[in-house]
Design a protein around this ligand. Structure first.
Ligand code: PLP
Length: 452
């Protein structure tokens, strides 16, 4: 442990993170935290998605009909164009995990299926799409077009204007996919700066959409820096800043308004005696941060949000626990930042999320890559659901918290599955094979659990 900064050397949570073992930190304090002043941007984002629904329905045939699983919760969206995912009970996975852990989980396991969000197949369809739509509206309005009329975005005049504008982003993969695909469909030029850990197929898919892909040998931070630098100097160029974006955040937060409707439609009670725990895979923190803000706004103290990261990349965990946020990186405590969960390969957290949303987060957990990989196998075997590894980060946490639950009134455990639908079949087959071969690894080794 001699490599730890002197002032962190005696912190047992940091020592556990530095050893890269599974670590869980339960916070007792944040329940009374006040909401930051972001309700307006959340409502504006919800309205923006509503305005664009006719454009989505027309542009992406996959969204033209409302999926049957969403019909009850969203009757007004029958005309299509809703970017939303199902909420699904996972009784078989719960039974399988009860068996693997030798512990019977009190309450019910549910899954939020953002792995099958339309068009880009990951939670990035929430934040990434929103920022592109917001830029499209600003561009249309700036050129005297009717920004609130969905027909504007299919017009020749808008496409002419859009072709003269560029959207730039740095990404480990999924953010690039969501931004690139939507930008290209609106007629914008798009550049995606990708880190070394980005999957090859994501680059190929983007190039097939006409997006410029710039590959970097370094990590995510380097890709973001390069994107920012290229956008700084350029005219008519919008940089999507995953380290600091309110627009991404606002798009993610809308998920909570949708989830409330789905929870009601499913007949799930959420109140003081029937609390909701939500397990969110975390990279830079924007996705889970936006969702957490929205959920705390909608459900108040009756929801507990737990951020889950790979044990080699616990960036948000470290930033919030030390209070240093983006001023500390995981390498500062001697872990690598490298993980097979490519969507979560982030070494330094968002500048915005920790300081703003940190007090609303009820717990953090880190899990080794082998636990994440095994999660793919568990979901495949028990539910017939295939997701990318990042998406399963939270799956084991309800059981890892142990039988002495810190929140005895939680009756619904919601594991957010964050990505998967776009993964090519051969890659998915390899993930499933790796996961099912070592299925039992999901249950071990035990997590070190800390409470404050
Ligand atoms: C991006 C991503 C996350 C986490 O979102 P952040 O905003 O990076 O914290 C989780 N899962 C998947 C599959 C992702 O692509």
């Amino acid at each position: 442990m001699s490599e730890l900064p002197a002032d962190l050397r005696n912190d047992e949570v940091i020592r556990s993170l530095a050893s890269a073992q599974a670590t869980t930190w339960i916070r007792s304090t944040p329940t009374e935290a006040a909401l930051p002043d972001l309700a307006d941007v959340m409502d504006a984002a919800a309205a923006r998605f509503d305005r664009f629904a006719p454009w989505f329905a027309e542009t992406f045939p996959d969204t033209a009909a409302l999926p049957a699983e969403l019909a009850e919760a969203f009757p007004e969206a029958a005309a299509g164009g809703l970017i939303e995912s199902p909420l699904a009970r996972a009784a078989s996975a719960q039974e399988r995990l009860d068996g693997l852990f030798g512990v019977s989980l009190p309450g019910q396991l549910w899954l939020k299926r953002d792995d099958c969000l339309p068009v880009s197949g990951s939670i990035k369809a929430r934040g990434g799409f929103h920022e592109v739509l917001e830029f499209a509206e600003a561009t249309a309005a700036g050129h005297g077009l009717d920004a609130h009329d969905p027909a504007t975005y299919s017009s020749g005049r808008f496409r002419e204007i859009a072709a003269d504008h560029r959207i730039v982003v740095g990404s480990t993969g999924n953010l690039g996919l969501s931004i690139g695909i939507l930008s290209a469909r609106l007629g914008f030029a798009a550049s995606v700066h990708m880190s070394a850990d980005a999957r090859e197929w994501k680059k190929t898919m983007l190039r097939d959409h006409g997006v410029d892909v710039i590959e970097h040998a370094g990590d995510f931070v380097e890709a973001v820096e390069a994107g920012r630098a290229s956008a700084d100097a350029a005219e008519n160029t919008h940089f999507v800043d995953d380290e600091d974006s309110v627009s991404l955040f606002a798009g993610y937060s809308v998920a909570a308004l949708r989830l409330r409707r789905q929870i009601e439609a499913a007949g799930i009670r959420v109140d003081a005696d029937n609390q909701l725990a939500v397990y969110l895979p975390c990279g830079i923190g924007g996705g889970p941060g936006g969702v957490t803000f929205g959920l705390r706004r909608v459900f108040g103290d009756h929801v507990r949000c737990i951020f889950v990261e790979p044990s080699q990349a616990p960036a948000m965990f470290l930033g919030v626990h030390t209070g240093r946020h983006s001023d500390i990186a995981v390498q500062d405590i001697g872990v690598s930042g490298a993980t097979t969960a490519d969507g979560l390969a982030v070494a330094r957290p968002s500048r915005f999320i920790g300081p703003t949303i940190g007090p609303l987060i009820s717990g953090f957990a880190s899990v080794p890559d082998e636990v994440i990989a095994a999660g793919v196998g568990v979901l495949h075997e028990s539910e017939g659901i295939d997701v990318e590894p990042s998406a399963t980060a939270g799956l084991s946490i309800p059981w890892r918290l142990g039988t002495e639950s810190p929140w005895p009134k939680v009756s619904t455990h919601l594991v957010w599955l964050t990505g998967g639908a776009m993964v090519p079949v051969d890659e998915q087959t390899a993930y499933v094979a790796a996961g099912t071969a070592n299925l039992e690894r999901i249950a071990g080794p035990a997590s070190a659990v800390f409470t404050d």
